[in-house]
Design a protein around this ligand. Structure first.
Ligand code: TRP
Length: 355
């Protein structure tokens, strides 16, 4: 894990079950579209490395997707399957790691509700990620559910009693909140939850192909993991570079230039990248040559992903099995945690026969 930084705290000793037991990871994605290269460098690449060393739970957070997509249920439904296909395509292994559909484990909702009673409003009010997302949302879509989604994310992480949460930088405030809630719960009711740590990925953010902030499907500046060779070539050809460089013999900027950021992230031939950078700065290479090499590197990277995706797309039974099997594993852990939580809180156990 040389390219990741573990931040903050240590796992709670009481909840590490037995010597040699693998630590648990929980992370997730909202199913609001198929996945793109930004997801790969910001998340999936790390998950691939983690799945051998940890007991991983990869969550498809469809409840959370309702937050800003409650009016687009069809999109959520389609995306649950698309995301699963993308996961399988990049090589996540459903035998090693549990793929979990959030709404198939309704304990997520129960734990969210219970924890909300010990969580001060201030934690949401102070959350910078939530704040900027709310600002960007039209008033009629600012729902109670959306406002509380970090709370449900806290429950996502605590339900499997996860030790580690690999996420992009923007999610760090939610993990920080998780730690605060877990500590408060443990203090009030007894030790149930570990103190989860954040793992930040290698490339926190890949810019869009238009060089304007992050990749977003609605801006049309993304390269999807499922894009074919032709559309990759086309998107790379139209990619934003250094706008001041109107001719190949003008020295160009490498810093902040998406073509080079993508080379750095995906081209394995580092000598070629260095050569391009030097020539670009000196005005000795054209955009076309640099872009052609990038398209080639991207297609080489995507080829095996496309192949696996095509395989699973024609074997949807395997995709569904992956989801059901993972969800069942998550359900077991969830039931265990909820028993611990109800016992610790001394709630839902007022009569002898109703347990
Ligand atoms: N909020 C995350 C995103 O938008 C998805 C998510 C839901 C998540 N639950 C989680 C991430 C729990 C980490 C842990 O991508």
């Amino acid at each position: 894990m040389t390219d990741m930084t573990a931040r903050q705290g240590s796992p709670g000793p009481k909840t590490m079950s037995g010597p040699g037991a693998k630590q648990r990871i929980l992370t997730g994605i909202r199913p609001t579209g198929a996945l793109h290269l930004g997801h790969y460098v910001g998340a999936l690449e790390n998950w691939l490395k983690l799945q051998d060393r940890y007991e991983c739970y990869f969550l498809i957070a469809d409840y959370q997707a309702l937050g800003d997509h409650f009016h687009e249920i069809d999109l959520i439904r389609q995306s649950v399957l698309d995301v699963t296909l993308d996961w399988l395509a990049v090589g996540l292994d459903p035998e090693k790691s549990a793929f979990v559909i959030q709404s198939y484990v309704p304990e997520h909702a129960e734990l969210t509700m219970l924890l909300s009673f010990i969580t001060p409003l201030g934690m949401l009010e102070r959350n910078p990620t939530l704040k900027s997302e709310l600002d960007a949302l039209p008033v009629e879509r600012r729902t109670v559910g959306f406002y509380g989604y970090p709370m449900s994310q806290v429950a996502d992480i605590l339900l499997p009693r996860a030790h580690l949460v690999p996420v992009g930088e923007d999610q760090a405030p939610h993990i920080e909140m998780t730690r605060e809630v877990a500590r408060k719960f443990n203090r009030m009711f007894g030790e149930v939850f570990p103190d989860p740590q954040t793992l930040i990925g290698r490339v926190p953010r890949l810019p869009g192909t238009d060089g304007q902030g992050k990749m977003s499907k609605s801006r049309g500046n993304v390269i999807m993991l499922s894009d074919d060779e032709k559309s990759v070539n086309e998107k790379v050809r139209n990619m934003y570079t250094d706008p001041a460089r109107v001719r190949a013999d003008i020295p160009g900027k490498v810093q902040g230039n998406p073509v080079f950021q993508y080379h750095d992230a995906f081209n394995k031939d580092t000598a070629q990248i260095e050569d391009f950078k030097a020539r670009y700065r000196a005005g000795k290479v054209g955009d076309v040559e640099v872009k052609r090499a990038l398209a080639k590197a991207l297609n080489e990277f995507l080829d095996p992903i496309r192949e696996r995706r095509a395989h699973f797309a024609s074997h949807m039974v395997q995709v569904e099995e992956a989801l059901l099997d993972g969800t069942n594993r998550a359900r077991k852990v969830a039931a265990e945690t909820m028993t611990m939580v109800r016992d610790a809180m001394r709630i839902s156990s007022y009569t002898k026969s109703w347990k």
